[in-house]
Design a protein around this ligand. Structure first.
Ligand code: ADP
Ligand code: 5GP
Length: 203
């Protein structure tokens, strides 16, 4: 019987999509139904929303600390999103991918584009799959942004306009998943990860 093939490098699962589409909600559900995934926790200068915990949802840091980490090259990519700064931890991701783990990243469209470039240029030794989450309709997206009740109306309207523009980039992604129901969207992502794990064994 042939020896079981072993993945030589990890798999980076990049989940992106407009603000309010349900990325955090779907990713939370994905971790419940798919044990063993590694979640990358970003740093941000944004203030925590009620219920958000430092080191769990994000590392909430000051602008000075963020700038220092940028200077030290601690972020694989970083971006200004809706007025706050967000950065993806380089060391954690490189270490986990080096161990052959599946690392899930939730980033905005700029972050996804940067990571795609790194992978294509061979700067990141990993297989990567890019998943774009879309709302069932723009009206539903507007409703979800308002429902979250964490931003005031101006911010919601601004994010909605940005979201409509962001939807234009979806053809650059490997998969587009409609977030109709949290359960079915997370099941679809689980299926994508399983397929990609098999496919990348050949790499
Ligand atoms: P994002 O991380 O993309 O900004 P969130 O996960 O914060 O979005 O979701 C925005 C709002 O929409 C939240 O109130 C969340 O509970 C709700 N939501 C997310 N997915 C769904 C869904 N499939 N059906 C209904 N409401 C949803
Ligand atoms: P929120 O403030 O709603 O948590 O996130 C705002 C946006 O920033 C979301 O689209 C989220 O995916 C994105 N984001 C979170 N962390 C990072 C990161 O490290 N890099 C980039 N580029 N975007 C991020």
């Amino acid at each position: 019987m042939p020896k079981k093939a072993k993945r030589k490098r990890g798999l980076l699962v990049v989940i992106s999509g407009p603000s309010g589409v349900g990325k955090s909600t779907v990713v939370r559900r994905l971790f419940k139904i798919y044990p063993g995934l590694e979640m990358s926790i970003s740093s941000t200068t944004r203030t925590p929303r009620p219920g958000e915990e430092h080191g769990h949802h994000y590392f909430f840091i000051t602008q000075e600390e963020f700038d220092l980490r940028v200077k030290q090259g601690q972020f694989l990519e970083w971006a200004k999103v809706h007025g706050s700064y967000y950065g993806t931890p380089r060391k954690f991701i490189e270490e986990e991918l080096g161990k052959g783990e599946v690392v899930v990243l939730e980033v905005d469209v700029q972050g996804a584009a940067s990571i795609k470039r790194f992978v294509e240029e061979g700067k990141l030794k990993a297989s990567a799959v890019f998943i774009f989450l879309i709302p069932p309709s723009v009206d539903i997206l507007a409703f979800r942004l308002k429902k979250r009740k964490t931003e005031d109306e101006d911010v919601v309207n601004y994010r909605l306009r940005a979201a409509i523009a962001e939807l234009q980039v979806m053809e650059k992604y490997d998969y587009i998943v409609v977030n109709d129901k949290v359960e079915s969207a997370s099941e679809k992502i689980k299926a994508i990860i399983n397929v990609e794990k098999e496919r990348t064994l050949l790499n």
